[in-house]
Design a protein around this ligand. Structure first.
Ligand code: SF4
Length: 283
């Protein structure tokens, strides 16, 4: 047996937790398990002698401890490749525009974004491209709207959705679902309702920490702060769309993650309504 390379030890509130990022299990384990895993890593044969049978079984079932001949990394890459090549659900990420109303200094798409919206010709080409990916085993079409800021291309989102539905989804009897990655500034309840009618079920909105940090980095072109309006939109739209808040976390703003979660979940009452997760930014 050997220890999974995807194990993470987390000491939290006096508890010793074990998380496996491959199998996505999280267990409250205690010192005896940490010590047993240390012994296994050091090559001890009787590494589990202090563990109960049920604890040992849990470690194996949840993938914290694996057989010697298992290569998790290769298995993971093979699984990812098989998902990527699967035609059961055709997934496309589409930018109806690269234009954006924000001026985030770290934007990988640069400061000078073209302001065009997707042309009629390109929309037709996208629908034809999607149609060409469909095989006999295809059951669904999944679209992710991306940008720039995709809400600046609402008209293109509407037109493309209608075309996908009438040219592909309905005649071929497929399931259709969409998601959107947005900065959240334009996501009013009215827009959220329009998106829901266009098959959008999931929404990802990015915050860069509490207002103090967020407004220094995710401001409108010209510098206008955006935090309050985005949060107001989240509150207004969270019963219309399933919203996840991605919080960019780095050395500069990491202290603000927990206060932000408390603000959203406790002060604004969003606990159970909106998911919030950190995204580590690395240079
Ligand atoms: S909101 Fe997104 S696309 Fe717009 S400037 Fe910021 S990082 Fe770039």
């Amino acid at each position: 047996m050997k220890v999974s390379r995807y194990n993470h030890r987390i000491a939290h509130d006096g508890r010793l937790l074990l998380f496996n990022a491959y199998r996505r299990g999280l267990h409250d384990v205690g010192e005896s398990v940490y010590s047993a895993l240390d012994q296994l890593e050091a090559g001890a044969e009787n590494w589990d002698s202090e563990l109960s049978d049920s604890t040992r079984a849990t470690l194996v079932e949840a993938g914290y401890v694996i057989e010697d001949d298992v290569d998790e990394h290769t298995t993971l890459l093979a699984e990812r490749e098989s998902l990527r090549l699967s035609t059961e659900v055709i997934g496309l990420t589409i930018a109806p525009t690269i234009d954006c109303n924000f001026g985030c200094p770290y934007c990988f798409e640069g400061a000078e974004k073209p302001q065009e919206r997707m042309s009629e010709q390109t929309m037709s080409a996208v629908v034809n491209f999607a149609r060409g990916l469909i095989t006999e085993s295809t059951r669904g079409l999944s679209i992710t709207w991306f940008g720039g800021e995709p809400l600046l291309g609402m008209s293109q989102i509407e037109q493309l959705t209608h075309r996908f539905r009438s040219a592909i989804v309905e005649p071929m009897g497929l399931h259709y679902a969409a998601s959107i990655v947005t900065n959240g500034y334009g996501l009013t309840r009215k827009i959220a309702t329009r998106l829901r009618d266009l098959g959008v079920v999931r929404t990802q909105i990015t915050l860069d920490g509490t207002a103090e940090y967020h407004n220094q980095r995710r401001f409108r072109i010209g510098g206008h702060p955006t935090f309050d309006r985005i949060v107001e939109n989240i509150v207004e739209s969270c019963d219309v769309l399933r919203i996840s808040v991605r919080v960019n976390v780095d050395e500069e703003n990491r202290e603000s993650f927990v206060p932000l979660v408390k603000y959203l979940q406790d002060e604004l009452g969003l606990k159970g309504k909106v998911s919030v997760y950190p995204a580590m930014l690395r240079q």
